[in-house]
Design a protein around this ligand. Structure first.
Ligand SMILES: *Cc1c(COP(=O)(O)O)cnc(C)c1O
Length: 390
């Protein structure tokens, strides 16, 4: 318990923490200080796509740490060049250039800035229940009031429209709209699965009216939904795509991918000290190679379909809906999820909320079938037990 007391003394207070200290992680498992193991369907908020401490990632960063850890983008770098090539090779068609950053919110921030730069317009349209990060620009496009309101005034010219309603979107995109930003599956907002016709129609509207389409694949990217990127389910071609989370096997990294409609980029217009550092790039090369060699998008599709079907047979009055795409799964309850997340932890399974009433499962895509069965069993026990209290 020493760790908890020590950290509690110094922590900012920004987080509501669970009463456990994690000290080790491997594959789809994490261990606490007392040696208790958990199956990890939090996975660092969906980061550990290739598994915790993936051996290929560990080897790559160990080797790179001895050659060169930091190198800003005012110089060229061998590892960065190879990483960019690899990222563009797996990205949706038409995304040809890369701005490397260090987190999801920075990727969104970069996409918003480049959209304003490129169009010379300032307006941004985002979706209700969307989540795009916590820095001031990205936060302005995030929907949830409790994240935004304490920090007002945020950046102006942001409109939020209902997700999936084309008419409202058509009304919101005007002459001064720089970009529309959307998730393909809303993660934080409740695992809301976007409709392909809607998403493609938004793209058409953007193009007709001179705006850019930013797709936020920070959570859905790198195989999470059963395709390398969720856009691929719908043949959706973004002008800008923000990625992060699983991109570098757990090492902090993000990227903005740019299509040909993004223009007017001149040296000095945007930048970051750590962006494109060789350590993260080496991890990113190893992570993407691993995803391709082990067909993690395919694994995600197969395992996700199995888990979804298994959870849909759950006979529980608590469950309102079970939905998901690949290994991005939401179990919507008729009540608040917090006590059930606690009960799951006692059963040895870590899970996330998505809003107040949805349990979200984001396991590493390398999770074994046996571990997946253990997750399903724990969820079943917890949601069919009489005695779960707050
Ligand atoms: C997590 C997330 C972000 C923010 O990423 P950070 O790395 O926490 O800044 C942005 N968009 C989506 C869709 C996310 O899931």
């Amino acid at each position: 318990m020493q760790t908890i007391e020590l950290e509690q003394r110094y922590t900012s207070g920004c987080y509501s923490k669970r009463d456990v200290a994690i000290v080790r992680a491997q594959g789809a498992r994490i261990w606490d200080e007392d040696g208790k193991a958990y199956i990890d369907c939090v996975a660092g908020h969906g980061v550990a796509i290739v598994g915790h401490c993936n051996p290929a990632v560990v080897a790559a960063i160990t080797e790179q740490a001895q050659r060169c850890i930091t190198c800003p983008e005012i110089f060229y770098n061998d590892v960065r060049a190879r990483f960019m090539e690899k990222l563009v090779a797996v990205a949706p068609e038409g995304l040809q250039r890369v701005m490397l950053v260090n987190s999801g919110t920075e990727a969104v921030e970069g996409a918003l800035k480049l959209a304003r730069l490129s169009t010379g317009r300032s307006g941004l349209v985002a979706a209700q229940r969307g989540f795009h990060g916590r820095t001031m620009g990205a936060l302005s496009t995030t929907w949830e009031a409790q994240y935004r309101e304490p920090f007002a005034p945020l950046i102006p010219d942001v409109t939020h429209v209902p997700y999936g309603k084309l008419e409202a979107m058509a009304q919101a995109i005007g002459d001064s709209t720089a970009a529309v930003i959307l998730e393909v599956v809303q993660g934080e907002g409740g695992v809301n699965i976007g409709d392909g016709d809607y998403l493609r129609a938004v793209r058409t509207l953007c193009h007709e009216r001179g705006a850019l389409l930013i797709v936020d694949e920070v959570q859905t990217g790198f195989g999470r939904t059963g395709r390398m990127f969720a856009c691929e389910h719908h043949g959706l071609l973004p002008d800008l795509m923000a990625v992060a989370k699983g991109i570098a096997g757990g090492v902090p990294m993000g990227a903005v991918l740019l299509g040909e409609r993004v223009q007017h980029i001149t040296p000095g217009v945007h930048g970051t000290t750590f962006g494109g550092n060789p350590l993260a790039c080496a991890a990113g090369i190893a992570a993407i190679d691993y995803m391709l060699e082990h067909d993690l998008p395919g694994e995600s599709r197969r395992k996700g379909a199995w888990l979804l079907e298994r959870l849909r047979t759950l006979d529980s009055r608590l469950v309102r809906d079970v939905r998901g795409l690949g290994l991005m799964i939401g179990i919507e309850l008729r009540t608040r999820v917090t006590p059930y997340l606690k009960a799951l932890m006692q059963q040895g399974v870590m899970a996330l909320p998505a809003g107040r009433t949805v349990i979200r499962l984001l396991p590493p895509l390398v999770i074994s079938d046996e571990e997946l069965e253990m997750v399903a069993g724990a969820v079943e026990r917890v949601l069919t037990a009489e005695a779960v209290h707050a």
